[in-house]
Design a protein around this ligand. Structure first.
Ligand code: NOJ
Length: 542
């Protein structure tokens, strides 16, 4: 069994060892696309182990692994058929223990993805539930009788399209699925479901796993009366407008907080406390902040989708950050991310493929107060892959093509060098999703080039580790010209981002440029002002 305690990495300055991740940097690995050790075209856990030195050199403190548990892969790991074993296509439990141990040797902790809202329809609980109304696990899932006309019990819609209800002809009842029909929703009103998950989280935490990213944690429990959702209005998020209903009764129910408090109490029995980072995909910062509870009793961190979905504009992002800073309860710690396996990569979505803009985005993520989560490839400014209709593997992409091409573009394999196979797999191997030409953007070509996105990320992360201000200091917005954003961290550090096409002059206060998107300016003194060219950024410290 792996120990999970990082050994010799220097502590984050000002950091409390129980809050080792405050001031730290996380990195999301999408295992199927990170590194393929066995040459079958699918990334795997031994592949991740082989790339740990890259993560250590980048300065990463924690890795979130998208699901590695057994799955029929109808939703690529997010349909779990066994919560306690590793999917054979990704490796073995022993491989995962090795990863935890080898990562710990490099000062990196591992978070797994916990998928508690639903299982696979091939999970033994659901297989049993389907045996009939009297089966032992029937009530583990949400079942309801048809309407008198035989239609679904209510108007809830699946996020992946169509009704959220599937008729089980054998029993004459419908079961609920907020995603694919192959992902039946669990019934969190059932005490046995809660106890099962208590055991699952303990099982992994006992094994040295440092915490979980919790899939759709705002959705786990549904209205006990299964009331109809109200119609969506044009003020609702696009996703709800497309579904035609606002998610009031199938998500964000108040009782979800009981479940989070229950897990936090278990997390607290571990040393160090295990982490709960939630996928809080809710439309406002106010609602996201609720998942932190009183700041100590629910999530340690909630992904901020209002931030992820904001346009890459100074005013828009500053407004989200200020609201987040104002609304989080005392003691709570923000989480910032710009890409993940469900969203177009930041180098495409925010930066439009321009490395200068990608550098500004990364400087922003890595210098706000809070813990950034980089997505694999962000650190080299990797853009989305090109996916043709015949390549589509994401069920949502297949369903909505060509209006929505799905999530495959952000899931294409990681390019480690420019040669055949890109260092992801052996030359000539067909990868599970097509790999973009690795010569266009890869890790090896950026190594040692001070102007590269990779070297900028390394310098900013090193600067966080060397500065209590940047690691844990409070955030305060500063006045700055239109199209720019400036803020103070802690005692005397300022971050200046020029998010416009023309030069801008900031009131910087005297100091030294400690990090700059233009490496040549690092170490230069700033007097009372600093002028930055369009799409660039700098950190100034006394
Ligand atoms: C959110 C995950 O990030 C996404 O990939 C998945 O399809 C849904 N939850 C359903 O589990």
């Amino acid at each position: 069994m792996a120990s999970g305690s990082p050994a010799t990495k220097p502590a984050v300055p000002g950091g409390d060892p129980d809050r080792w991740w405050h001031g730290g940097v996380f990195y999301q690995v999408y295992p199927r696309s990170f590194a393929d050790a066995d040459g079958d075209g699918v990334g795997d856990i031994p592949g991740i182990v082989s790339k740990l030195d890259h993560l250590a050199r980048l300065g990463i403190d924690g890795v979130w692994l998208s699901p590695v548990t057994c799955s029929p892969n109808r939703d690529w790991g997010y349909d779990v058929s066994d919560y306690r074993h590793v999917d054979p296509s990704l490796g073995t439990l022993a491989d995962l223990d090795t990863l935890v141990r080898e990562a710990a040797d490099r000062g990196i902790r591992i978070l797994l993805d916990l998928v508690p809202n639903h299982t696979s329809d091939l999970h033994p609980w659901f297989v049993d539930a389907r045996r009939g109304r009297g089966s032992a696990h029937r009530d583990y899932y949400v079942w309801a009788d048809p309407k008198p006309d035989g239609g679904p019990p209510n108007n809830w819609m699946s996020i992946f399209g169509g009704s959220a209800w599937e008729l089980d002809e054998a029993s004459g009842q419908y079961y609920l699925h907020n995603f694919e029909a192959a992902q039946p929703d669990l019934n969190w009103w059932n005490g046995d479901v809660r106890r099962e998950f208590d055991e699952i989280v303990r099982y992994w935490w006992d094994r040295g796993i440092a915490g979980f990213r919790i899939d759709v944690c705002h959705m786990m429990i549904k209205d006990a009366e299964l009331r109809d959702n109200p119609p969506a209005t044009e003020d609702d998020p696009l996703e709800e407008q497309v579904m035609g209903v606002r998610s009031v009764y199938n998500a964000t129910r108040p009782e979800v907080h009981d479940i989070l408090r229950r897990w936090r109490a278990i997390a607290r029995t571990y040393e160090p406390e295990r982490l709960l980072i939630g996928e809080t995909n809710v439309p406002t910062v106010e609602r996201m902040a609720e998942y932190y509870g009183d700041g100590r009793d629910e999530l340690h961190g909630g992904f901020n989708f209002v931030f992820i979905e904001a346009p890459f504009e100074a005013d828009a992002l500053r407004t989200v950050v200020e609201r987040t800073e104002a609304l989080l309860p005392d003691g709570a710690w923000p989480v910032w991310t710009g890409s993940n396996h469900d969203f177009s990569r930041l180098a495409t979505r925010w930066a439009g493929g321009d490395p200068a803009k990608a550098k500004v985005a990364l400087l922003m993520l890595l210098t706000l107060r809070g813990t950034p989560f980089l997505y694999q490839g962000d650190e080299i400014g990797l853009v989305d892959g090109q996916i043709e209709r015949e390549d589509v593997l994401d069920a949502v992409g297949a369903r909505f093509w060509p209006y929505y091409k799905g999530r495959d573009p952000e899931r294409t394999p990681m390019p480690w060098h420019g040669g055949p196979g890109g260092g992801f797999t052996a030359a000539g191997v067909r990868t599970w999703l097509p790999m973009a030409d690795p010569a266009a953007c890869n890790v090896a070509d950026q190594e040692g080039d001070p102007d590269s996105v990779l070297e900028l990320c390394r310098r900013v992360i090193a600067a966080r580790r060397a500065s209590e201000d940047l690691a844990v200091g409070p955030y305060r917005s500063l006045a700055s010209p239109d199209g720019t954003w400036a803020w103070a961290r802690g005692e005397g550090t300022t971050v200046l981002l020029n998010m416009s096409g023309g030069a801008a002059t900031f009131a910087s206060g005297p100091g030294i440029v400690t990090v700059c998107t233009d490496a040549a300016r690092e170490g230069v003194s700033a007097d009372s002002t600093l002028t930055l060219p369009g799409w660039s950024g700098a950190v100034v410290a006394p």
